[in-house]
Design a binder for this molecule. Sequence first.
Ligand code: OAD
Length: 225
Amino acid sequence: MLAEARSIAVLTGAGVSAESGVPTFRGAAGLWRQFRPEDLATPEAFARDPKLCWEWYDWRRGLIANVLPNPGHAALAKLECTLITQNVDGLHQSAGSKNVIEVHGSIWLLRCTECGRAWQDFSPSLEIPPHCDCGGLARPGVVWFGENLNPKVWAAAERAVRTCDVLLVAGTSAVVYPAAGLVPLARSAGATIIEINLEATALSHSVDFAFTGASGVILPQLVDR
Ligand code: OAD
């Protein structure tokens, strides 16, 4: 089906970066077991304590700066596809993927809360909290709980899944909306859905094929064949 597909879309989540050493959000070793999202990943949390919020993002930046893409990222970089990711780590781009839609933004992006300017900064450690040239406080260029996704970015993701023949869904628990809604959208538009995950998810019963295993093992096998 992959070989014959005219258009392939991919939706990835934190599980795809797990084999690189980036912690996932849910599950036994997930970030949301150690930290409360409402303390760190909401607009209210940032307004309450920007320094605390930035310390957490800066810790994650440092962690991600020290890891490399894994064979799952490399396999997807070889596949001609539109790659929609919920990950903010930039590892798909580091692996060479070109057509990447970051629906939850990027941890390497900063945005001024005063003038709205956005810029990239790849340094593993920032002066906390960072400021814009205009003097305004900068925020991480990621999407927080309770925030809307960027409408243009979301429209591109919807377009990709509406028009694909095959949607690969890898390393996501598929519980965070609207991203998880891309899967039923693809399905209703007639796409074949192939899931790759270490375990069964809320989606597994409704997909065409569910491969159980590590994305760093299964994605290279699928793409190579
Ligand atoms: P989760 O942490 O919710 O889910 C990770 C999924 O990856 C789980 O289903 C695991 O079983 C699976 N997994 C772990 N290791 C794997 C491996 N090596 N190979 C294949 N699968 C593996 O992460 P996401 O689904 O990405 O949002 O979470 C969605 C969103 O929730 C994130 O983008 C983030 C988070 O809160 C925001 O911060 C807005």
